[in-house]
Design a protein around this ligand. Structure first.
Ligand SMILES: Nc1nc2c(ncn2[C@@H]2O[C@H](COP(=O)(O)OP(=O)(O)OP(=O)(O)O)[C@@H](O)[C@H]2O)c(=O)[nH]1
Length: 251
């Protein structure tokens, strides 16, 4: 309860520094899955996308989230795990982004557990590394594998992933080349952006909107697959019935 109040205060502060309309709701320790409604308030014109940010410590996950929500880079961020909701009008349609800004897990077991929890909740992932931190790139490589392995077990259609190489403003200290990032993305069928949360808002916006586009495509694919399954089921039912009728007549 106390924690929720503290968070509410920090959210108001974020809205204030933004100086423009940002609708944010913080839900702390919300159980995954509770928010999996696809349209809100029964309004078919609203589109909701659950986005989980993952990556090693200090790569800028919170910086990216805050940049996207407020357009500002504030330098230091608390390490409280939160889900933020931000709604925007895009192409005449209200789009709500639910963003789960994760804290990096301390060990492998927790990492697996965390990914599974997020797989149940998220429509798509943003995996962040810092271009000056090779170890953080290795973490993203592992996370891509974990998410891709879960396809078929946890989710029938692979969830879309955007890989983000952050801290591009520090390219003089780069230890991960753009090519490596791009190749990883290509090999795992992910989107890729190299950006700087510190330097500009535009790159961050492109990454979130890129993922939104992929989420929309995936949802359309799922709907299509469900439609085909429905048709196959109806056809099977009709022909199955006809075959039984014919058998009854012969008897
Ligand atoms: N130079 C530079 N610094 C950045 C950038 N993005 C984030 N930082 C800095 O990197 C540090 C870590 O940023 P956070 O956003 O807290 O990173 P995080 O991944 O959320 O970290 P954890 O919560 O510990 O997992 C902070 O000091 C940020 O100011 C960037 O694009 N460029």
């Amino acid at each position: 309860m106390v924690q929720e109040q503290v968070l509410a205060v920090s959210v108001h502060w974020l809205s204030w520094i933004a100086g423009h309309r940002v609708e944010m709701v913080v839900r702390v320790n919300q159980r995954p899955g509770h928010q999996r409604s696809r349209t809100m308030d029964g309004n078919p014109h609203k589109f909701e996308a659950n986005i989980a940010l993952l990556g090693a410590e200090n790569v800028g996950k919170s910086a990216l989230t805050v940049r996207f929500l407020t357009r500002r880079f504030i330098g230091e961020y608390g390490d409280i795990e939160s889900i933020y909701t931000h709604c925007d009008m895009i192409d005449g349609r209200e789009i709500c982004f639910n963003i789960w800004d994760s804290v990096c897990p301390q060990n492998e077991g927790i990492a697996d557990h965390n990914i599974n929890k997020r797989l149940q909740w998220a429509d798509g992932f943003i995996l962040v590394y810092s271009i000056c931190d090779r170890a953080s790139f290795a973490v993203v490589e592992q996370q891509v594998q974990r998410i891709r392995r879960a396809k078929g077990i946890k989710c029938p259609v692979a969830p879309p992933i955007i890989i983000v190489g952050n801290k591009r403003d520090l390219r003089h200290r780069r230890t991960v080349s753009s090519e490596e990032g791009r190749l990883l993305a290509l090999a795992a069928d992910c989107g890729f952006f190299e950006i700087s949360a510190a330097e500009n808002y535009h790159g961050v916006l492109l990454a979130f909107h890129g993922l939104l586009d992929l989420i929309r495509e995936t949802r359309a694919l799922k709907k299509g697959a469900a439609g085909i399954k429905g048709i196959v089921r109806s056809v099977t039912a009709v022909f199955g019935r006809k075959r039984n009728d014919a058998k009854d007549t012969q008897d």
